[in-house]
Design a protein around this ligand. Sequence first.
Ligand code: PHE
Ligand code: NA
Length: 456
Amino acid sequence: MENREKFSSRLGFLLISAGCAIGLGNVWKFPYITGKYGGAAFVLIYFVFLLILGIPILTLELAVGRASQRSVALSMDVLEPKGTKWHWFKFPAMAGNYILMMFYTTVAGWMVYYFFKMAAGGFVGMNADEIGATFNSTLANPTLNVAFMIAVVISCMLIVGKGLQNGVEKITKVMMIALLVLMIVLAVRSFFLAGGEEGLRFYLYPDFSKLMEYGITEVLFAAMSQAFFTLSIGMGAIAIFGSFIDRSRSLMGEAICITILDTAVALMAGLIIFPACFAYGVDPGQGPGLIFVTLPNVFNAMPGGRLWGTLFFLFMCFAAFSTVIGVFQNLITFWTDMTDAPRKKIVAYHIVALIVLCLPCALGYNVLSGLQPLGEGTAILDLEDFLVSNNILPLGSIVYVLFCACKNGWGWENFMDEANAGEGLKFPNGIRLYVKYILPLIILFVFVMGYISMFS
Ligand code: PHE
Ligand code: NA
């Protein structure tokens, strides 16, 4: 096993962890599922889940990572009591990381393509229908999807190959700060769009009757899964960053910081997109294409829109890349923890393997569009997303919770010692019973009910 690098600063850690958290989940997925499930009421439920599940679980995961100083490949092996089998968790967890990348890189590829198209003036003079048609023809083109997916895989792997401080930390830091600034500018711009008020209403004024359309249990399941997805919790993706820091700060405070940054970006993405939907007659419930068919309209109608649009998609690429880089880092560390193979070799193998693994999703809207695994109109992407977001993340979160709270796991005292080492906010000891009993039951309940309503 190789020696572990550390982050050079706390800011580096926060921005990279936030960089792993903030991604397509915020700017692509959050708006489209909020649109699908009817707006503000969904957002409210999502907030509640962030608060009662997200922050505690994020703290647990960071603690496991920091105490073990290992990726999920070995973290439980190191911390579990002798003779227990917690370490088997590494298999579903790592599978989750791979499956996530199998669709994430395709969507990241769309972002890269839109960046180039925007920069080249490819949307100039188009009306809303033409912009919508452009996205459909993008999906329909297998070469384009595969080429951009490959570009994403290779460039992110090369950055990871350069190592933690040189590659990952330096690049992510700059990207995250630029992203935050630009999102604020665009949210202000979209806020004042003529005809956008109705979008703001949809987004900010909860109308609970809309929840009934889908059934409350399905909405709860979607909101909970999105809360886990957005924070990257449940499969060791964020734990790894805990393994790169020392014990100078307590972890609850860091978890709250990451959650606040992540939520701010998601909220702003909604503020940018929903007014624009209503201003240009785009259906907010239309699914994964939402951001791609809405935003070029906004930029077309803005003075200097081509420049703003180019910057926007550039930063979307940053957000996506910082997550891909974070997860790739995890995949590579998994193998450097488990084997003695040199890092360079592992990186090289991964480039090839990932390209192959990512093909089905990239081809899912064209060559393989006949496969509709979750019913009429769904694609391979939806299946892969469902496996990760609605299954591995919630169930994996339960594993983390039990591991930290139970005597025959790592145990509560050990967890509290780790989480509370250093300066900053402490994890409240008083919520032990909540964490141990209620929290996993909430997840299980929402999960089971969600399944029942989805498949009945
Ligand atoms: N949190 C990331 C996003 O919002 C996605 C992610 C999920 C990353 C799970 C790692 C693990 O885009
Ligand atoms: Na996120």
